[in-house]
Design a protein around this ligand. Structure first.
Ligand code: NDP
Length: 288
């Protein structure tokens, strides 16, 4: 049997990991909530790892409030960088394989060709900077860790773009959506499967991996596809990022090249259009 400790059990990816874990018969999942290990408390996560001595650890916990991170950088860095490093060190100390999640927001977003794992980073906001420092903290103490960068996560859980759009569709006939940020919507369920495959593949390759849904899209493209899938007659007005000011600046282009994860693990990019078409009823029900 393979004991996998999961941080961030109540998050989008965490809940999908809990849902998918039974498909891996050898896995015993040890899900950790904030009540069991508060990552704002130094040492808390390391202590639960030390006590349980799992075979693998998945860190899906993070400060994900991108705008709020601008005014609370210390809290964001504490969870996304310091705690990530503590988890990585504790995992190594007990000999556990680590899968750590990161983000496309480590990139500046200035290019127009897909970014592979060697592309230069340069975050434009505090959240991205805290996640990039998290990657460095993890690598520094645990060179065998898997670091999986993903993007634009959605699911039936928590809050995300799909649920926001479906909620707005109840009262709005038209909506302004940014069309000059290009990235990849990614189902949390697909990230969960990738994490479990990589965590259970003891002795498998490690290092940095990109994983994102395809095809590349703007938020406006994504919104149109959501309304079409849900048969909601909402008109999408395409606007520029400058017309939608937010506390945290966003990178404009974060399309990730996902060849490495395909080559090493046989994991394909999920097609988010097929995913939302299949699950739209579930998302709509949970967006009320
Ligand atoms: P969520 O925001 O849905 O979940 C975050 C999880 O972290 C929750 O379980 C939350 O617990 C936990 N957490 C936050 N603070 C603490 C704390 N102080 N102590 C313990 N647990 C804490 O995140 P996602 O599932 O969407 O994201 C998973 C990963 O993917 C993260 O690493 C994120 O950076 C990355 N990512 C996410 C993207 C997105 O669009 N959401 C895009 C790109 C990457 P609680 O429920 O108690 O708050």
């Amino acid at each position: 049997m393979l004991k996998i400790m999961l941080f961030g059990a109540t998050g989008q990816v965490g809940q999908e990991i809990a849902a998918a874990a039974p498909m891996f018969p050898s896995v015993i999942l040890l899900p950790q909530t904030r009540a069991q290990a508060d990552l704002s408390a130094p040492g808390a996560a390391a202590e639960v790892i030390r006590r349980a001595a799992p075979d693998a650890v998945i860190n899906a916990a993070a400060w994900t409030k991108v705008d709020q991170a601008e005014s609370e950088p210390r809290a964001a860095f504490r969870i996304n960088a310091d705690a990530a490093g503590e988890i990585a060190a504790a995992a190594r100390a007990v000999g556990a394989r680590l899968v750590h999640l990161s983000t496309d927001y480590v990139f500046p977003g200035e290019g127009d060709t897909p970014l592979d794992e060697s592309a230069p980073t340069g975050p434009v906001n505090v959240y991205g900077a805290s996640k990039l420092e998290g990657e460095d903290c993890v690598r520094a103490v645990n060179p065998d860790a898997v670091i999986l960068r993903t993007s634009w996560v959605y699911s039936a859980y928590g809050s995300n773009f799909v649920k926001t759009m479906l909620h707005l569709a109840r009262t709005r006939a038209e909506i302004d959506v940014v069309s000059d940020q290009i990235g990849g919507p990614t189902p949390a369920s697909a990230i969960a499967m990738a994490c479990l495959v990589m965590a259970t593949n003891t002795g498998g390759p490690s290092g940095l991996y990109h994983f994102q849904g395809a095809p590349a899209a703007s938020w406006a493209d994504f919104a149109k596809a959501i309304f079409a899938a849900a048969s909601k007659p909402v008109r999408v007005n395409e606007i520029g990022t400058l017309a939608y000011p937010a506390p945290a600046p966003r990178p404009l282009y974060t399309v990730l090249s996902c060849n490495r994860i395909l080559r090493d693990y046989g994991i394909n990019q999920p097609d988010w259009r097929i995913d939302i078409a299949r699950k739209i009823g579930e998302f709509d029900k949970k967006s009320r």
